[in-house]
Design a protein around this ligand. Structure first.
Ligand code: CP
Length: 321
């Protein structure tokens, strides 16, 4: 693996390998010094043209836990505001000596384009409606922690599927791992050609929830909508939001995921995130470990096929040598 641009770059075996090594990176967070020397001397640039809290911070924490240096490009205060192109920006950053660039952009395909301009490994942290592969990996990891093997499990994805890179990535990852996926949305928020997706489509949320083993909620992405696709948000919340009554009907053992940021009162009722079965915080925690695994496989000795745990000495041990 030279880059991670899409979940479609990964086979089921690749995904399983990332999920297999992730616990050894999660364990690093539990150490007194939560740092290992696996990527010492390497530099990871974070180039976010779109807002982010979770993905940006968790890649930064992940890189630092692996002892990489990070170069945090603040697009809003950079020469991008003076009209500098993406290519010139990327080449400028690369000239400073980077090993990987984590990129988020509103346009689909930007990470792929970057691979033609830089030698560094490119990791897609979200491009338009297209892909968010590390979100899918952390969602798989979080679901497997609760459910074990996902084979044959019915995972219901609810919300603004049409504009969602998370939905596109999750569907690819979940189905590769043998899960069945049901998409639930009003017709206006379904993808343009749902028949080409390997999923079941449902427009009635209550019917879909009756046979759900897990539920993934999606944010209503109003910043990507250029017309009124639902009559009003209150009606949407009534028909497609996860209310307390719907959560109770699911039962406490059905995990509920949301990639964040949540619109409380829209896709999820204000008090539902407090339920134990809502795994938003676990997703964030797991995101750091999954991204450590991805960085390690791209940049570390993992890139040469070495197993992860053998390389995860802590910094204290390394410094004592
Ligand atoms: N899940 C996710 O991508 O969140 P951020 O937009 O905060 O990075």
């Amino acid at each position: 693996m030279n880059h991670l641009l899409s979940i479609d770059d990964l086979t089921a075996a690749d995904i399983r390998e990332i999920l297999r090594i992730t616990p050894s990176f999660a364990e690093v967070a539990e150490r007194r010094i939560s740092k290992v020397p696996a990527l010492r001397g390497q530099t990871v640039a974070l180039l976010f043209y779109e807002d982010s809290t979770r993905t940006r911070l968790s890649f930064e924490v992940a890189a630092k836990r692996l002892s990489a240096d990070t170069l945090n490009v603040s697009v809003s205060t950079s020469s991008v505001n003076k009209g500098e192109s993406l290519r010139d920006t990327a080449e400028t950053i690369e000239a400073m000596g980077i090993d990987a660039v984590v990129v988020r952009h509103r346009s689909s395909g930007v990470p792929m384009q970057l691979t033609k301009w830089v030698d560094a490994a490119v990791i897609n942290a979200g491009d338009g409606w297209h892909q968010h592969p590390t979100q899918a990996l952390l969602d798989c990891f979080t679901l497997e922690q609760q459910l074990g093997d996902l084979t044959g499990r019915n995972i219901v994805i609810v919300g603004d599927i049409r504009h969602s890179r998370v939905a596109r990535s999750d569907v690819g990852a979940f189905t590769r791992l043998g899960a069945e996926v049901t998409l639930v949305a009003p017709p206006t928020l379904l993808p343009a050609a749902p028949d080409t997706w390997p999923v079941r489509i449902e427009t009635n949320l209550d019917r879909a929830l009756q046979r759900a083993d897990a539920v993934c909620l999606l944010r209503m992405q109003r910043e990507r909508q250029h017309e009124a696709l639902v009559p009003d948000l209150r009606e949407y919340a009534t028909l497609y939001g996860l209310t307390a009554q719907r959560a109770a009907a699911l039962g406490p053992d059905v995990p509920i995921l949301h990639p964040g940021p949540m619109n409380r009162g829209v896709e999820i009722a204000a008090d539902v995130p407090d339920l134990d079965q809502v795994l938003v915080v676990d997703q964030v925690r797991n995101g750091v470990a999954v991204r450590m695994a991805v960085l390690f496989l791209l940049l570390g000795s993992g890139a040469a096929g070495m197993p992860a745990p053998a390389l995860v000495d802590d910094v204290e041990t390394e410094d004592a040598r």
